[in-house]
Write a protein that binds this ligand. Structure first.
Ligand SMILES: [Zn+2]
Length: 376
């Protein structure tokens, strides 16, 4: 496997310790699958039924909860045929397991026995879960002062946690320079991660009767959901299995919207404010230009939603039977905004990933309900 940089075009031989280009940009697996309907292993009821689409063979998957193939729920949402990928049902409760499963299994093929990651949220929990299953050591670096409840899963899965003071960048740097030589498996950077998130596009295609939806709306912080959709549907398009790409829309919180600003050609120097959509609160994402290009090329866009729009969408989804975390609610707020602007037209089918369960955010959701006097 080779890694390639989309910024300076430098090519590297893949290795366990390599996760970023010398120029500072992200690296990508130099891999593009040809995949036909007949390539599905229908006896395998997991995300690995599309193994021919991945850079690892089925035999190389040695650490697995038999993850994936989550249900695709359908609901009418203001005249849209919403296709909701229930990734809240992944083993650690978020879509991150798709990417982490790919990264951990790759690192296992390289003999890695100790990984590090920086995350106080879903990615930390996911890495800790897979490391526990694999029996490898896992060190998770978290910002000092992160709420105890958010770290519960990581702690439960037996990862070693390190609180780091200072900026979010300082936390990442500590994980990248682990003093005991842990291999950095950072989900925002590792080239294999988006090869795993890609599986959601394949599942959506198959579960939607081997058709792509007209559009897919994803909350983006670093953009790995949108990138996964782009990679998967591009491969299906090139393989002749779908006739056009879905329009890909990325949704950011107004309070932290570097990629939306880049999409609109605005200054990236701005004051970041806290957002309830914590999972997409990244001031300096690793793939800004790439995500902007992918949205644009597909005919979609990157837009921002307000805290109020996110909170309202969370309650709206809840009242329809979906318990989602605030980060996922940004996607639903984006659907509302795109529907109002007419970018999503009545009768269109629209994919949305239910990226994380609301059961991980009971305190935050209760606060939103109380503030809005919801069902009192
Ligand atoms: Zn480069």
């Amino acid at each position: 496997m080779k890694y390639v940089c989309k910024h300076c075009s430098k090519v590297y031989e893949a290795s366990a310790s390599l996760w970023r280009c010398e120029c500072g940009a992200s690296l990508w697996c130099d891999f593009f699958a040809t995949f036909r309907k007949k390539d599905i292993d229908s006896s395998d009821l997991t995300m690995w039924r599309y193994s021919k689409a991945y850079p690892l063979t089925r035999d190389q998957i040695t650490v697995s909860y038999n993850e994936g193939l989550t249900p695709l729920a359908r609901t009418d949402w203001d005249g849209l045929n919403l296709l909701i990928k229930m990734d809240c049902l992944m083993p650690s409760g978020s879509f991150k397991d798709r990417g982490v499963a790919m990264v951990i299994n790759y690192l296992r093929t390289q003999g890695v026995k100790h990984i590090t990651e920086d995350s106080s949220g879903n990615a930390g929990a996911s890495n800790a879960a897979y490391a526990a299953l694999a029996g490898i050591r896992c060190d998770i670096y978290v910002p000092a002062g992160a709420a105890e409840g958010k770290l519960m899963q990581t702690r439960l899965y037996n990862a070693r946690m390190h609180a780091v003071s200072g900026s979010r960048d300082a936390v990442a740097q500590a994980a990248q320079q682990d003093p005991e030589g842990g291999v950095y498996a950072g989900h925002n950077w590792h080239p294999f991660f988006v090869q795993g998130t890609k599986s959601a596009a394949y599942e959506m295609w198959e579960q939607n009767g081997f058709k792509a939806p007209e559009a897919v709306v994803s909350a983006v912080g670093n953009g790995s959901t949108l990138v996964g959709m782009y990679l998967g549907f591009s491969e299906l398009l090139a393989s002749g299995e779908i006739s056009r790409m879905p329009r890909l829309y990325g949704i950011q919180a107004e309070n932290c919207n570097t990629i939306a600003r880049a999409f609109n050609g605005e200054s990236l120097d701005y004051e970041v404010k806290p957002t309830i959509a914590e999972g997409i609160s990244l001031y300096r994402p690793s793939k800004v230009d790439e995500v902007v290009c992918m949205a644009r090329e597909s005919g979609g866009a990157i837009l921002s939603v307000s805290e109020e729009e996110i909170a309202s969408a969370l309650l709206q989804a809840g009242s329809r039977g979906f318990c989602i975390e605030p980060t996922t609610a940004a996607s639903f707020a984006g659907v509302n905004k795109l529907r109002q602007s007419g970018d999503l037209a009545k009768g269109e089918s629209v994919g949305v990933t239910l990226s994380g369960t609301g059961l991980k955010a009971t305190a935050a959701i209760t606060e939103i309900m109380n503030a809005k006097n919801y069902n009192r």
